[in-house]
Design a protein. Structure first.
Length: 259
């Protein structure tokens, strides 16, 4: 399913999205027509639209487009809301922009997600505070990780400080506190919600030399919730630490907002 500004999308309207690759998005897990952190997702779209297009986004219109696209759809699934300008040209990206709203859906995985193993990669995203559609570098590192027997990639800088995963935030547990790396990252909605509900939380620099002292590591995003990380390179980590159940329970108890 794909709708552009509330109507079925024609293939030619997607050319700029595929060829120019300029825009931003948010992915939203919908459970029985409700969303945890819906206001955060809408805030993200408004914020990123200002930065990439210099335009003010109508939050209620976006909600209307989402509701229209998923009307009558039951159960759990993921909605992706992408903003791009079908008329934007590669040679004139500075021209006045009129972003359109593309709504697509895909199946949602079961929660809790199965544990995963990750490999570090030296990488930082362009404009990391914006959830933009420029995913080439991240997907390349994910591909290389999978070709080497891992599930995904964890990004570090040249000094081995940890930032984030390809499409997820990373957190650690040091035995007392949940630790989030203080680095230029995309602040995911799931991470924001967990910071609000889990009291013993800190955001500090995390270097790879600190990771062996951590008791557990996990990934978070709207699709996977809280997903245990059982290996970072050759370092083995537990898949059954009690912190996973604690965070999953706290996350599940967050009231969902009706679309």
């Amino acid at each position: 399913m794909a709708e552009l500004n509330g109507t079925p999308v024609a293939p030619e309207a997607l050319q700029a999205l595929g060829l120019l690759n300029y825009g931003h998005f948010t992915s939203i897990r919908v459970d029985d027509q409700s969303v945890r952190g819906l206001s955060h997702h809408l805030d993200r779209l408004v914020h990123d639209c200002r930065i990439l297009f210099g335009a003010e986004l109508d939050r209620e219109q976006v909600r209307h487009f989402i509701r229209n696209a998923i009307a009558g759809k039951e159960g759990s699934f993921v909605v992706r809301v992408t903003l791009f300008d079908p008329a934007m040209e590669l040679g004139q990206p500075g021209a006045s922009c009129t972003p359109s709203v593309l709504v697509t859906t895909r199946p949602a995985g079961r929660l809790p997600a199965t544990p995963m193993r990750v490999r570090t990669a030296s990488y930082s995203r362009d404009l990391p505070e914006v959830k933009h559609i420029g995913l080439f570098g991240a997907v390349l590192d994910r591909r290389n990780a999978q070709l080497n027997g891992f599930d995904d990639a964890l990004f570090v800088d040249d000094a081995s400080f940890v930032s984030e995963g390809t499409t997820w935030n990373v957190g650690f547990f040091d035995g007392e506190r949940v630790v989030w790396p203080s680095a230029p990252v995309l602040a995911g909605v799931t991470m924001r919600l967990l910071k609000q509900v889990h009291e013993r939380t800190v955001t500090i620099p995390v270097n790879m030399k600190d990771v062996p002292q951590m008791q557990a590591a996990f990934a978070t995003n709207t699709s996977i919730g809280v997903r245990p990380i059982t290996a970072i390179n050759d370092l083995a980590l537990p898949d059954d630490h009690p912190i996973f159940q604690t965070l999953q329970k706290e996350y599940e108890e967050i009231p969902a907002e009706r679309l």
